[in-house]
Design a protein around this ligand. Structure first.
Ligand code: ATP
Length: 293
């Protein structure tokens, strides 16, 4: 696997508190990668470290083979659409494009103008007067027109209505395909990630709980429902991700590549949302599954 982002024992401390601690993960290159986890898992901290906005307190991080923000070449390779898709309220749409052109050596002005036109954004309009969806689209345009190798987006669509979200994600997907852009997209909206991403990472308390191709993850996870059962009696190749029991019934989400033959179980598919929730709620004490590489 070619790696876009590689973190080893990465940590960031504010005062006495670790915002991210001992985080080790690989994010594959050239993919659209979804990053999901509960509030406070450390996602924003990880992404801010990846673009060099903050410096690690421990461990190391490399992005596209280089140290974050180390010199103009590295800065040009990585685009960032930060949380709340920040823009400059007093600057017009056209001013943003001019700024983009000035700051980015590989700036694709034709691409930026085409996108702005297609989105029907008035170049003279001040960013502060745009709607949330329009502002997000402007921020995405700046990120794409920079022509980075990797575009990192931190919850860019959280505040948008479903239609604006779909349009935003469509634009992102088109750019990913057209420009062979690697994408890392952090979001709580798993249904959006399901539509957009081909690789998923679930991170809880700075640790990767599971990572892998979305299709592989969906194929290897199953919901087992049947008479109440002690989970320790399951075959060794069935890793239990989550379990719930009533007096009479057990429901398990298990991961296995082998077929499940036990006639006591009704075997069902697991959607991405269920899979993410299962890993997010799994107890730390349970042996976690190794990241799929
Ligand atoms: N500048 C800061 N100063 C102090 N603590 C911080 C700072 N930034 C983040 N933290 C703390 O670090 C932890 C991780 O925060 P972070 O924003 O990285 O999580 P997150 O996974 O992005 O959460 P969310 O999904 O809510 O955006 C949280 O407990 C947060 O309060």
């Amino acid at each position: 696997m070619t790696v876009a982002l590689e973190a080893q024992g990465l940590g960031k401390k504010y005062g006495k508190r670790w915002a991210l601690s001992d985080c080790t993960l690989d994010i594959p290159a050239g993919r659209v990668v979804g990053l999901v986890g509960p509030n406070g898992a450390g996602k924003t901290t990880l992404l801010n470290l990846a673009v060099g906005q903050i410096q690690p307190s421990a461990g190391s991080i490399r992005v596209l083979g280089g140290r974050p923000a180390e010199g103009p070449a590295q800065l040009a390779k990585v685009g960032y659409v930060a949380q709340d898709t920040p823009t400059y309220a007093a600057l017009s749409v056209a001013d943003h494009l001019k700024l983009g052109a000035r700051l980015n050596p590989s700036w694709d002005d034709a691409l930026a103008r085409k996108r702005i036109e297609r989105l029907r954004l008035d170049p003279g309009h001040k960013a502060g007067k745009l709607s949330g969806g329009q502002r997000a689209q402007l921020a995405l345009t700046l990120g794409i027109a920079k022509r980075p190798e990797l575009l990192i987006l931190d919850e860019p669509v959280a505040a948008l209505d479903p239609l604006a979200r779909r349009e935003f994600l469509q634009g992102l997907m088109e750019a990913a395909v057209e420009h062979s852009l690697g994408v890392v997209l952090s979001s709580h909206l798993v249904s959006d990630l399901e539509r957009t991403c081909d690789y998923l990472i679930v991170i809880v308390e700075s640790r990767v709980r599971v990572a892998g191709d979305v299709d592989d993850l969906l194929a290897s996870h199953h919901r087992l429902t049947g008479p109440r059962r002690d989970p320790s009696t399951l075959p060794a190749d069935q890793h239990i991700v989550s379990e719930s029991h009533t007096d009479r019934q057990s429901t398990l989400i298990v991961r296995t590549d082998a077929p499940i033959h036990d006639p006591a179980w009704t075997v069902g598919q697991v959607g991405l949302e269920d899979l993410v929730l299962a890993y997010m709620s799994a107890e730390q004490a349970r042996p976690t599954l190794e990241a799929v590489r």
